[in-house]
Design a protein around this ligand. Structure first.
Ligand code: PBG
Ligand code: ZN
Length: 321
């Protein structure tokens, strides 16, 4: 008889045979920065997550540094929005100013800049709109301008999240041409048109004013196509590829990880966070155990990097032990 239970007799034995672990080194924490001063504004649908003005940001940065979180993903929320998202590539825009501040105050924290137009456009779409259509190639120019502007401000990593075709190659070329050969690209490669982004659109004020994102983000039913997106981005020059959302798409993560040696990131998105927080607030689940189980699941599927709103808590729980 095979006695599997020999592997489980006590915690020490379980530690010895455990296949997967989560480390603070794996974590990326998203941060929302808004214009104005003295603002620490909790997002209704995301308890514990705030929009910060730059003058209050150090409070959050101190926690990030203290808990040794290696990287943050920054989202700027501009006051001024227009048709072409001008603030996205204004060297003095809210995101650029925030990045400069962070690189000054907490220079060892890696700053990943989300590159997409939806927080900056009046219509809330991720690209240029013409006759209610999102125009691919015109958008590439603006994304590249945005990426270079973020790199100039000090971003260590550029993370295009728009899902336009050809954007990784276009951005890579522009970064190189502007003296940013060493700026890394982490591409949102397999980004699905998911209802799980709902709370984020409150946090970043980026809901589309008409229609949806289904002509550029992926159909939620497609796994094979996700592989094509990932390998396409690798060909175009991505250094890290991402699958998003995470938990409902772990089959995709697993399959991609079996077929490439490139580092894989997952984005444990706002809706996934909101569901856990709501259930925990009602006492339906044990928050810490559920969150750690989710973290392990993402690692086990093959992710190296986990972008998560739980990052500060996870880092705390890991060091507490
Ligand atoms: C911008 C962007 C979005 C998210 C990350 N970057 C929103 C969207 O595509 O609508 C979602 C993150 C989350 O839900 O936590 N394109
Ligand atoms: Zn977008």
């Amino acid at each position: 008889m095979v006695r599997m239970r020999r592997l489980r007799v006590n915690e020490t034995m379980r530690r010895l045979v455990r296949e997967t672990s989560v480390s603070v080194d794996d974590l990326v924490y998203p941060v929302f920065v808004t214009e104005g001063s003295n603002i620490k504004n909790e997002v209704d649908s995301m308890p514990g997550i705030y929009q910060w003005s730059i003058d209050r940001l150090d409070e959050e940065l101190d926690r990030i540094v203290e808990r040794r979180i290696p990287a943050i993903l920054i989202f700027g929320i501009p006051d001024k929005k227009d048709e072409v998202g001008s603030e996205a590539y204004n060297d003095n825009g809210i995101t650029q100013r925030a990045i400069r501040h962070i690189k000054e105050y907490a220079k060892d924290v890696l700053v990943i800049a989300d590159v997409c137009l939806c927080e900056y456009t009046s219509h809330g779409h991720c690209g240029v709109v013409c006759d209610h259509e999102i125009v691919n190639d015109d958008t590439l120019e603006l994304l590249s301008k945005m990426a270079v502007s973020m790199a100039k401000a000090g971003a260590d990593v550029i993370a295009p999240s728009d899902m336009m075709d050809g954007r990784v190659a276009h951005i890579r070329k522009s970064l190189d041409a502007n003296g940013f050969k060493n700026t890394m690209i982490m591409s949102y490669s397999a980004k699905f048109a998911s209802a799980y982004y709902g709370p984020f659109r409150d946090a970043a004020d980026s809901a589309p004013a008409f229609g949806d994102r289904k002509t550029y983000q992926m159909d939620i039913a497609n796994g094979k196509e996700a592989l094509r997106e990932c390998f396409g981005d690798i060909e175009e020059g991505a250094d890290v590829i991402m699958v998003k959302p995470a938990l409902a798409y772990l089959d995709v993560v697993k399959e991609v990880s079996q077929r490439t040696d490139y580092p894989i990131a997952v984005y444990n998105v706002s809706g996934e966070y909101a569901m856990v927080k709501a259930a925990a607030a009602n006492g339906y689940i044990d928050e810490k155990r559920i969150v750690m189980e989710n973290m392990i699941a993402m690692k086990r599927a093959g992710a190296k990097i986990i972008i998560t709103y739980h990052a500060l808590d996870v880092a705390y729980w890991l060091t507490e032990e």
